[in-house]
Ligand binder design. Structure first.
Ligand code: C2E
Ligand code: MG
Ligand code: MG
Ligand code: MG
Length: 280
């Protein structure tokens, strides 16, 4: 990496790393070191954000987000954590933690008569482990949960790569047959190849929050979002809008016939205990 950097700068002299590079690399090293311990001690947390169905006003699902605050490093956001974990292979352990925690939570809610589906985010690296599907189904079974109580969110990048990897396609199809559903996350920001939408067992699309948040800015953007919603619905996808923050966005999306909404306007990601209070 050092040599590459030097080359990129076009210098023929052997320059040293800048102070910024040093800071970045030492933070990354610290994250890697502490993450191993945190995962061993299950010292991470899941927060849950409600997703509301517009037809009946009910919370139909919650999306689980990983959170990690290290006593020395401080808060590490998923946007920083996930790419590092994907690079060093710890993403599989994060994935196992997320699946275990979500299944335990489903079991706990079931015992409290709280009927919610949990949606988890998955990186393609997790599915490159041939035992991913097995691990998922075992965790569900162990906690007496039906596979349909779990949804898996994948990005367009994931979908595009999965199309070319037979073993990932097979695992996804097996999971789908068992009842697990898949959603296409951040729809509209990625590669927009529509082929994989028909090839992969996807049942929902989630329109990206950047697009949703620009809805009130231009009529053309409204037309675009309306088009995305009608396109999704005509193919029998459940359409969810992410990142809804204002009443104006809410009303426009409702008028367009969007199936469900998620965002700070409805609720922030919260602990399971806070969500239970929020529901009540
Ligand atoms: P995502 O799945 O698209 O999640 C949406 C992100 O937007 C979350 O950030 C959420 O907290 C935030 N959000 C929700 N509603 C609003 C809103 O109304 N306004 C704004 N401004 N933001 C909102 P978060 O938790 O930081 O996660 C970022 C990304 O990291 C996620 O994007 C997802 O791709 C990834 N990620 C998060 N948790 C996990 C995980 O457990 N495993 C994996 N593989 N990836 C994860
Ligand atoms: Mg997501
Ligand atoms: Mg998203
Ligand atoms: Mg995202």
């Amino acid at each position: 990496a050092t040599i590459k950097k030097v080359k990129e700068r076009g210098g023929s002299n052997i320059s040293v790393l800048t102070p910024d590079d040093h800071e970045r690399l030492s933070r990354k090293a610290a994250i890697e070191k502490h993450l191993i311990y945190a995962l061993d001690r299950k010292n991470l947390q899941l927060l849950y954000q409600p997703i509301v169905n517009l037809a009946n006003g009910k919370v139909e699902r919650v999306e689980a987000f990983v959170r990690w605050t290290d006593s020395e490093i401080g808060v590490v956001t998923p946007d920083e954590l996930i790419p590092i974990a994907e690079e060093n292979g710890l993403i599989n352990k994060i994935g196992s933690f997320v699946v275990e925690t979500a299944c335990l939570q489903l079991k706990d809610w079931k015992s409290k008569n709280i009927d919610l589906q949990i949606s988890i985010n998955s990186s393609i690296h997790e599915f490159r482990d041939k035992d991913m599907a097995k691990m998922l189904l075992e965790n569900l079974k162990l906690n007496d949960c039906h596979p349909s109580s779990l949804m898996i969110e994948i990005t367009e990048k994931f979908a595009l790569e999965a199309e070319a990897e037979r073993s990932i396609m097979t695992q996804m199809k097996n999971l789908h047959q068992e009842g697990i559903t898949f959603a296409l996350d951040d729809f509209g920001t990625g590669y927009a190849s529509f082929r994989y939408m028909l090839l992969l067992p996807i049942s929902s699309i989630k329109i990206d929050q950047m697009i949703i948040q620009s809805i009130t800015k231009q009529e053309r953007i409204q037309k675009l979002i309306n088009g995305m919603i009608q396109f999704g619905k005509s193919l029998d996808f459940q359409v969810t809008a992410e990142g809804v923050e204002t009443n104006e966005q809410f009303e426009l999306l409702r008028a367009m016939g969007c199936d469900s909404l998620q965002g700070y306007l409805i609720g922030h990601p919260m602990t399971a205990a806070d969500l239970e209070k929020w529901l009540g």
